[in-house]
Unconditional design. Structure first.
Ligand code: GLC
Length: 427
């Protein structure tokens, strides 16, 4: 990975915690395990899908409320699905009729999203699907995912893929020029031979960077960002999905590179009527800490419903994550990997002048860290600012070795059960 990409991705990586928003026509059928893939999984025809287009009317859509929630949760950036695989556009594109402005709601929903999040100081990202199951020039019959992949009637449709590519490029240009400066472009995804230059990716990214040289791009157009010199369009950060890789994401020489885990809050990206398999706030906080301790970000998903509301349960979880973040966010933002092995009692994150000990598996009230590489000036409890004693038990040398840093942590009833953060100021 080259330094230029690392530098470009830095403003995103400093923010550490983001909100992913999957929203579109699929919020109407709202089926578990199909959700935004319903057209493909159930092989739904264009005609059948049209009824969701006809019904789409999210009267409660209030992106300012979404943005306030994100902010409250401690999220510092967001990414919205401007077009998912079904091809439906939440923005007023010149190049299609299949867009929100032509539905009952009649509004450019991307424009409102961008303005709302920007005004809350949240970095703005746009998700754009490379796949398109609505466009007549996207390969259908025999494709791996297209809803009509087995429908003989689509065999000789005579698609002109070049026309689709032109459409894709035109829409990306619209997204990057019509809404002010966009911070992140999140393309999704490559498969089989639908990868890299098949999307005319070099040309696409040249155009994008001409419009905005600072634009931060994910790695899903194709190409490998873990090699020394990735291809031009390979992107700026890795995008593991539904998993936090062991050791984080590193290049083939073992050096950490920018990455972001994307994760659902329940089991679906798009809204689902019945999916109540939500992660707890404790789970979310610990995942976030794990990502940061490995040098990565967490972008956590919400799937607003057909009326435009984020599900109550999601709000509840995010608000409770926010309470922890309000007191402990300092150990997350602009923090990353520490020069110390993962300890038996939890995780460590490192900021500019401090190391943060995250106690999540702590059974005694003394931590001992042999051969700690930093010189510690002071230990405090992050959540209340009180100092902690660092005195040394008299005979410890006989059991634990040299150069040990000690911290006496708060007693158990006081400790935050989810993650008690100890701040060590270092020289
Ligand atoms: C996948 C899925 C998709 C989801 C995305 C999020 O590639 O196709 O539905 O939007 O990942 O990372």
């Amino acid at each position: 990975m080259d330094l230029e990409r690392i530098k470009r991705a830095k403003p995103l990586m400093d923010r550490r915690f983001g909100m992913f928003i999957h929203w579109g026509l699929y919020a109407i059928p709202a089926r578990d395990s199909r959700s935004e893939w319903i057209r493909s999984v159930d092989m739904v025809t264009d005609e059948e899908y049209q009824r969701y287009f006809d019904a789409f009317n999210p009267q409660d859509y209030d992106p300012k409320a979404w943005a306030r929630l994100a902010k409250k949760a401690g999220m510092k950036y967001a990414v919205l699905t401007t077009k998912h695989h079904d091809g439906f556009c939440l923005f007023d594109s010149k190049y299609t009729d299949f867009k929100s402005t032509n539905t009952k709601i009649g509004r450019d929903l991307v424009k409102e999203y961008v303005e709302a999040f920007r005004s809350e100081g949240i970095m703005v990202g746009l998700y754009y699907s490379l796949l398109d199951w609505h466009h007549p020039d996207y390969p259908a019959y025999g494709d791996a995912h297209h809803p009509m992949r087995t429908n003989e009637a689509f065999k000789d449709r005579g698609e002109r893929f070049d026309r689709y590519i032109e459409y894709l490029h035109n829409q990306v240009r619209e997204l990057l020029t019509n809404y002010g400066k966009i911070d992140i472009m999140w393309f999704d995804f490559h498969y089989d031979d639908m990868t890299g230059e098949k999307w005319e990716a070099t040309k696409l990214i040249k155009m994008a960077r001409e419009i905005n040289p600072d634009l931060i791009i994910d790695d899903r157009l194709g190409g490998d960002i873990r090699v020394n010199e990735p291809v031009y369009y390979a992107g700026d950060f890795g995008s593991p999905e539904q998993m936090i890789p062991a050791g984080g994401v590193r290049d083939y020489n073992g050096n950490p590179i920018p990455w972001e885990t994307c994760m659902t809050l329940n089991d679906n990206w798009g809204y689902s009527q019945r999916d109540m398999n939500y992660k707890s706030s404790r789970n979310v906080i610990r995942m976030l800490v794990e990502c940061v301790s490995k040098g990565g970000n967490l972008i956590l998903n919400v799937g607003p419903d057909a009326r435009g509301n984020i599900p109550k349960k999601s709000i509840e979880i995010l608000e409770s994550v926010g309470e922890w973040m309000r007191l402990n966010g300092e150990s997350i933002y602009e923090c990353g990997i520490a020069d110390y092995e993962k300890p038996e009692w939890g995780r460590i994150t490192k900021g500019k002048n401090a190391v943060y000990l995250h106690l999540i598996d702590q059974n005694q009230d003394t931590i001992a860290m042999p051969n700690f590489p930093y010189k510690v000036k002071m230990a405090t409890r992050l959540s209340d600012g009180s100092t902690l004693s660092m005195s040394e038990p008299w005979n410890v040398g006989s059991y634990q070795g040299e150069n040990i840093v000690f911290v006496h942590t708060p007693a158990f009833p006081v400790m935050d059960e989810i993650d008690e953060v100890i701040k060590l100021e270092i020289e």
